[in-house]
Design a protein around this ligand. Structure first.
Ligand SMILES: *[C@@H]1O[C@H](CO)[C@@H](O)[C@H](O)[C@H]1NC(C)=O
Ligand SMILES: *[C@@H]1O[C@H](CO)[C@@H](O)[C@H](O)[C@H]1NC(C)=O
Length: 146
């Protein structure tokens, strides 16, 4: 009886806090820290020789930093900046954004790739790791020209 009475007097804010604490605990138990999180923006359509931009947003939930190589692949050959490869340090508190501007003449299947690589002098003091379960991550989208 007394307990029920006490519960009824608990403010909604306190209940919310308890709920949040429980949710937080569940998340920690799963421990689903992701090595690489990729967000890729690419227009679905363009006209021939129109300049298009691929934007890649890369992030990690790992506590350790990683050296990543980011690049694009296509089933048709595309010239210029499309072929540029970025090598950079990715850390939990330091997400990165990469841009590629290019022109395509024909419909292309474009794959944005991140490889976690072992390269020195990229991360501060070379403090970086390579995930053992997978070290290549990619997103494929189609750019329709017409
Ligand atoms: C795309 O068009 C340019 C200019 O018209 C041309 O030089 C180039 O060879 C074309 N590329 C392909 C893959 O067809
Ligand atoms: C490339 O992929 C696109 C999308 O799947 C397709 O429409 C196109 O025909 C392919 N081109 C070649 C040369 O395979």
């Amino acid at each position: 009886m007394r307990c029920l009475h006490l519960l009824l007097r608990v403010s909604p804010a306190a209940l919310l806090l308890i709920l949040c604490l429980q949710l937080g605990t569940n998340e920690a138990q799963e421990d689903t820290r992701k090595a690489i999180i990729m967000g890729v923006e690419l227009p679905q359509k363009a006209t021939a020789n129109e300049e298009v931009t691929v934007i890649l947003r890369a992030a990690t939930q790992f506590r350790e930093c990683m050296v990543i190589k980011s690049y694009l692949k296509s089933n048709v050959s595309i010239e210029g900046a499309f072929n540029y490869q970025y090598t950079s340090c990715l850390c939990e508190d330091y997400p990165r954004t990469f841009y590629w501007d290019f022109q395509a003449n024909s419909t292309a299947k474009i794959t944005t790739v991140i490889d976690v690589v072992r390269v020195l002098n990229i991360c501060p003091e070379d403090k970086a790791v390579i995930p053992i379960e997978a070290n290549r991550f990619s997103v494929t989208k189609t750019l329709t020209i017409g």
